[in-house]
Design a protein around this ligand. Structure first.
Ligand code: ADP
Ligand code: MG
Length: 448
């Protein structure tokens, strides 16, 4: 549907606007299912034509002529650059593409103001920069001509609804089924002690994706709070509260930082806390949480090795005292490198914190991947974590080993058959209640 199509329907749309009045005031949609259901409601109430309803929705409840881009699952980014240029889109398959839609300056400004209103912010000549959000979690950045003289700009980074799953990560070689089974068992904690986990690595090496994939092992009934600068973690859990930092309003000092959110989250009785990337004083709050009985915390940190991560944690601005570090159970080091001309993201090391000697933190390597020699060293059962789980559950290490084998077989089957997310979610959660039924369900699904 283009602007021309809608301009032919101006009269009908106006009629709809007056009929519906304020009924949908403040409703702002970017989800195709919601658009369809609201369109149905309007149809029942007014009997207007489908085309007119579509135009009414685009104009009033969504982001105008940019809406179709928002609904297109192949697009990662939508870019309005001003100066009468067409809208650019970044397509997953074809990359940067010029679209055949061009917007008028007035329409762009209207869309930007609408996003600002939705995000509770103002944008105008004296506040020409906007960081906002759309209801589906997409991020929007906009500028007004005071800083971009060719015209207002708008950059929408669409929210990735489906992040890679554990079965994708196994398939891509990021982790082996054996390692994935170990992480499943420790993240879940055999119903006793979920591990506190830190994923480290460089930019874009897949830290957040790994945390997200591991989160799917958290039993469905647990209360999860995630804290991020930009919403990236994406869970299937119903009892999940995603929290996001908020920048200061212009001229005010009312920024809400990760640390504020984390401190607040601790008063919300979470079962699990997931922290996007720790950079600053929130690290101390996170370790305080881990040291006061909050198990199953997960976070990422920008570092190149376990040693570097531990040093960074203990120095300014994170300042975590060394006595607090052993509350962390696992450090997962991930990297991104080119192997045989292809980008591969791999978990290269998993270490557990063995304790402390003097001021030095002892680590115990459980898993190591040598990308040069393509060699694995696996020592998963000999560590403190498995010992602790054995004590807590009254299972022998041998029994835990058998449990790992069972989970490994499930993960391997899921990866090889590209099991979908629903299957993953259902199988994992049924497994906690009845492992045999879960395995049966999995085979049914991958065969069917
Ligand atoms: N294991 C992986 N294999 C292939 N692609 C991945 C993997 N992990 C992440 N990606 C892709 O890499 C990009 C960056 O991932 P992200 O998890 O955000 O990295 P980080 O948190 O380390 O900055 C995303 O587009 C994601 O889809
Ligand atoms: Mg990240």
């Amino acid at each position: 549907m283009s602007e021309q199509d809608c301009s032919k329907l101006t009269e009908e749309v106006r009629k709809l606007e007056s009929e519906l009045g304020e009924k949908y005031e403040g409703v702002f949609i970017s989800d195709p299912d919601k658009i369809a259901s609201i369109a149905g409601e309007i149809k029942t109430q007014t009997g207007a034509s489908d085309e007119a309803i579509k135009c009414y929705i685009y104009k009033n409840l969504s982001i105008g002529n940019l809406t179709p881009f928002l609904l297109d699952g192949n697009l990662e980014e939508i870019m309005e650059i001003g100066g009468g240029e067409p809208v650019y889109v970044y397509d997953k398959n074809t990359g940067m593409t010029e679209s055949d839609t061009t917007l008028e300056t007035k329409e762009i400004k209207d869309i930007i103001r609408k996003i600002a209103r939705y995000s509770g912010r103002t944008v105008d000549g004296s506040n020409p920069l906007l960081d906002g959000r759309l209801p589906d979690g997409s991020r929007a950045n906009a500028t007004f001509p005071e800083v971009t003289p060719r015209g207002p700009t708008l950059t929408i980074r669409k929210f990735e609804k489906e992040s890679l799953s554990i079965s994708d990560l196994i398939r891509f070689g990021t982790m082996t089924p054996t390692l994935a089974a170990f992480l499943w068992l420790t993240v879940e904690g055999l119903g006793t002690k979920p591990a506190n986990v830190l994923v480290l690595g460089g930019t874009a090496c897949g830290k957040t994706t790994t945390i997200n994939a591991l989160s799917h092992f958290i039993p469905a009934g647990e209360r999860i709070i995630s804290i991020e600068d930009t919403l990236e973690v994406n869970l299937r859990h119903k009892h999940w509260i995603p929290m996001e930092t908020k920048p200061s309003d212009p001229g005010k000092d009312n920024e809400i930082e990760m640390d504020d959110l984390l401190k607040n989250a601790l008063r919300m009785r979470p079962d699990r806390i997931i922290v996007g990337e720790v950079r600053s004083k929130e690290a101390l709050s996170l370790f305080t949480a881990m040291n006061t009985g909050h198990d199953g915390c997960m976070a990422t940190i920008h570092a190149n090795s376990a040693k570097e991560a531990l040093t960074r944690l203990q120095t300014h601005p994170m300042n975590v005292p060394d006595v607090m570090i052993p509350a962390l159970d696992l450090i997962i080091a991930q990297n991104r490198r080119v192997e045989e001309g292809k980008i591969v993201r791999r978990i290269v090391e998993v270490a557990e914190i063995g304790g402390r000697e003097g001021g030095t933190i002892l680590t115990n390597t459980l898993f190591k991947f040598d990308p040069e020699k393509k060699k694995l060293e696996i020592n998963l059962l000999n560590g403190r974590i498995i010992q602790e789980l054995s004590t807590l559950t009254n299972l022998t290490v041998k029994e835990i080993d058998a449990e790992l084998d069972k989970r490994e077989a499930i993960l391997d089957t899921m990866a090889k058959n590209r099991a979908d997310r629903d299957t993953l979610h259902e199988v994992v959660n049924l497994y906690y209640k009845n492992p045999d039924e879960a395995i049966e369900l999995l085979y049914e699904r991958v065969k069917g």
